[in-house]
Each structure stands twice: as structure tokens, then as C-alpha cells.
Design a protein around this ligand. Structure first.
Ligand SMILES: [Zn+2]
Length: 315
């Protein structure tokens, strides 16, 4: 199924409940996703608290990114939101309320696939209201050592990610994903990954109690330890793209541009979003209809594929 980047805003057709294990607590964690009005974005609610607290899925509410992305407001926290946020983007849901019955979203299998399936099962509802996006006007980049995140003007949302890991199972991997063109399944099934020594250290500190081979690719010094192996040989870079889409979903507005990520992670993704939106000269706000109209006319005139097809038709 193609990932979605619609011109109008959408939500889901009906409530959908998802249960699993919490990565931090190791205990059961449940969420209920509900339809929402246009322009409300993704809103998390800590429903289990006596006075439920709403936390918008925005970068300014991110309290930490260690282990998993955590949102916080007024002492209330909701952890492990990144793969769910990525699923909303992939399936094309712009507005939803996520009621969380505890401090974390279930980790499921460590990928976004269970969330994508649940959202598609609930059905996508077109709200018929124009979707606005930030279209990059110039190149914006952030660097940290040999890591970088760069976005260049473009009329699509494309991510090219490269990773390099001195490990026999990983090595160098690269993947390009275009929202609205690429198939969801290229990245939705890719699981989070980690190393046995780190998992053991976390468990000793009483952290990541729910982390196991059921919800992560775990490696020792040489190999992958999961009995079923990898879902793709380049599952690692696929998950990096999945994470990046979830992190960019925390931007104040969806943006269009060609993003190149080299060895980047949550922190650098957040810095790129901050760099883009800290200067209004970096972008202009357009409706997706305006962007699509522009793209169509350009493609009509310039596309070599279109020309080739036309010529073939004539001769
Ligand atoms: Zn992840």
C-alpha cells in the first residue's frame, strides 16, 4: 500500500484500541485512538490520571529521547510515541486523539506495522479541509561530528538515510523513501534495534523492563540474536527512516523537502526541525493543493517519462 500525502486533512472513521507491553514498565499498556476535528493534529491524553492531561505531539513537549521519545506536560509523561507518530504519517492520518491509559504507548513488535494495520482497519476519513504544509525555500542543515541532517527545497517529502555501523550485521546501509509514493511496507515492519550489552545494562538499572527479542532486533558482537533473524537485510536503515518520519511529525507543520540523513538520530532530527522553523525565511506555507497544482504543470512540461510515453504513442 502506498504511503499517503493527501491534499486534504484526514482522521480515522472510528475508535480503535491497541494493547501491548510497555517498553519501560514491562507491564500492559493500552491506547485508544479516536477521530478528531480538522487542524487539531495529534493530541495525546493521559486518560488514567484523575485530571487527564492533554499533550500535543509537538517538539516543544518532548522531554527526552533516550530509549524512546517521551512527551511531557505538567508532571505527566507519555513515552514511546515515535512509531505511532510515524504510522499516522505513513497511513495519512493528520488529526487524531490518542487516549493513553498510563505512562507509555505499547511498544508492540518494535515497528510501526501494528499501528498502521490498526489505523487502516479503523478506516481513513477525509475531512475535506485543505492541508497546509511548509515548503522549504532554501537549504537548512545541522551537523554534529560526522553526523548530519540536511533538507533541500523540493515539492515532495523525501528522506534519504545512510548509516554506518562497525558491526557484521549492519555495515553501511542506505535507503530513500518518498511519502505518497513509496510503499508503506518498505519501512513499516522494520524494528528498533539494540545491542545485548546495552539491554543487559538497562535491565540492571531497572530500565527497559519490557525490552526483549519480541520487540527489538538484538545483537551481540557478531550477530543478530533473534531466532527468526531479520525482516530485511537492511532492516536497520529502514527503521532509521521510520524513526525520522516519526520525529519530523513533531514539527509545528508538516514540511516538504528532500532530507538527507547521515548517521543521524532522534537528537539531530529534532535539531533539524528546530533549525527549519526558527527562521520564517526558510519556508513558505502553502496548501497541498497549491503544491500539487504546481507539480502537475511542471511534470506535464518537463517529465522525460511523459515525453517518452507520448513519443512512443506517436511512432
Ligand atoms: Zn524507533
Amino acid at each position: 500500500m502506498e504511503s499517503k500525502n493527501n491534499t486534504t486533512q484526514s482522521t480515522i472513521r472510528r475508535d480503535v484500541r491497541i494493547s501491548g507491553i510497555g517498553l519501560h514498565s514491562g507491564k500492559e499498556a493500552s491506547i485508544t485512538i479516536k477521530p478528531a476535528l480538522p487542524n487539531s493534529g495529534i493530541l495525546f491524553i493521559r486518560k488514567d490520571l484523575e485530571n487527564p492531561i492533554a499533550i500535543p505531539a509537538l517538539l516543544e513537549f518532548v522531554t527526552q529521547t533516550r530509549l524512546a521519545t517521551t512527551l511531557g506536560r505538567n508532571q505527566a509523561h507519555i513515552s514511546t510515541v515515535e512509531h505511532l507518530l510515524s504510522a499516522f504519517k505513513l497511513v495519512g492520518v493528520d488529526n487524531a486523539v490518542v487516549e493513553v491509559e498510563g505512562p507509555e504507548v505499547p511498544i508492540m513488535d518494535g515497528s510501526a506495522a501494528p499501528f498502521c494495520d490498526a489505523l487502516m482497519e479503523a478506516g481513513i476519513y477525509d475531512l475535506g479541509v485543505a492541508k497546509k504544509v511548509a515548503v522549504l525555500k532554501r537549504r537548512v542543515e545541522v551537523h554534529k561530528g560526522d553526523k548530519s541532517a540536511i533538507v533541500e527545497p523540493s515539492r515532495q517529502f523525501k528522506i534519504n538515510a545512510r548509516i554506518e555501523w562497525n558491526h557484521p550485521a549492519i555495515g553501511e546501509q542506505e535507503l530513500t523513501f518518498v511519502l505518497g509514493q513509496s510503499d508503506i511496507r518498505e519501512i513499516s515492519h522494520a524494528r528498533t534495534f539494540g545491542f545485548l550489552k546495552d539491554v543487559e545494562a538497562l535491565h540492571r538499572m531497572g530500565l527497559a523492563c519490557g525490552g526483549s527479542l519480541d520487540n527489538a532486533v538484538v545483537m551481540d558482537e557478531q550477530k543478530v540474536l533473534n531466532p527468526t533473524g531479520l525482516r530485511h537485510t537492511d532492516e536497520f536503515v529502514r527503521h532509521k527512516v521510520l524513526d525520522a518520519i516519526g520525529d519530523f511529525a513533531l514539527a509545528p507543520l508538516a514540511f516538504l523537502g528532500d532530507v538527507t540523513l547521515v548517521k543521524a538520530g532522534h537528537e539531530l532530527h529534532a535539531e533539524l526541525v528546530q533549525a527549519i522553523f526558527s527562521d520564517p525565511e526558510n519556508y513558505e506555507i502553502r496548501t497541498m493543493d497549491e503544491v500539487a497544482a504546481h507539480k502537475e504543470s511542471a511534470a506535464y512540461v518537463l517529465s522525460p517519462a511523459w515525453l517518452a510515453g507520448t513519443l512512443q504513442g506517436i511512432y
